[in-house]
Ligand binder design. Structure first.
Ligand SMILES: [Zn+2]
Length: 136
């Protein structure tokens, strides 16, 4: 945790994104993606199929997450399957690093989703994405 800057009387603490693996979350997302497969396919979202081999590979070769600072706590869970990025407000993001070249970009995208979750309520998937890509 590093004190970042003073802004009038407000003292902002910047916190590093924490990286974790949890078998529970890996399995929860496998189940969710299986249930939503039709929707994901319709939206042309890349989904990696569950693979025991890829799961074991992830356990033994956990990626080193990029250093990203936020002004609120965020935990990033690595997934062995599923979509490249997803999030659950207020503090969880999920990344499947398979074939992902720019992990930091996806993490920042998911963080932006969490920050602007209230504004995008009621929007369609496409509207949400274009809003999130604009606000940054
Ligand atoms: Zn998005």
């Amino acid at each position: 945790m590093t004190p970042s800057f003073f802004c009038d009387k407000v003292f902002l603490l910047m916190i590093q994104v924490k990286y974790k693996y949890s078998l529970r979350w890996d399995l929860i997302w496998m189940y969710r993606n299986m249930k939503n497969m039709q929707w994901l396919t319709e939206k042309r979202i890349v989904v990696f199929k569950p693979s025991f081999f890829k799961m074991v590979k992830l356990w033994f070769k956990m990626p080193v997450g990029p250093e990203i600072e936020t002004d609120f706590p965020i935990t990033c869970y690595w997934l062995s399957a599923g979509t490249w990025g997803s999030y659950i407000p207020p503090d969880k993001i999920f990344i499947c690093p398979r074939g992902l070249k720019d992990v930091a970009r996806v993490i920042n995208h998911e963080i932006t989703h969490i920050k602007h979750e209230k504004e995008v309520q009621g929007m369609s998937h496409e509207e949400k994405e274009s809003y999130i890509n604009k606000v940054k």
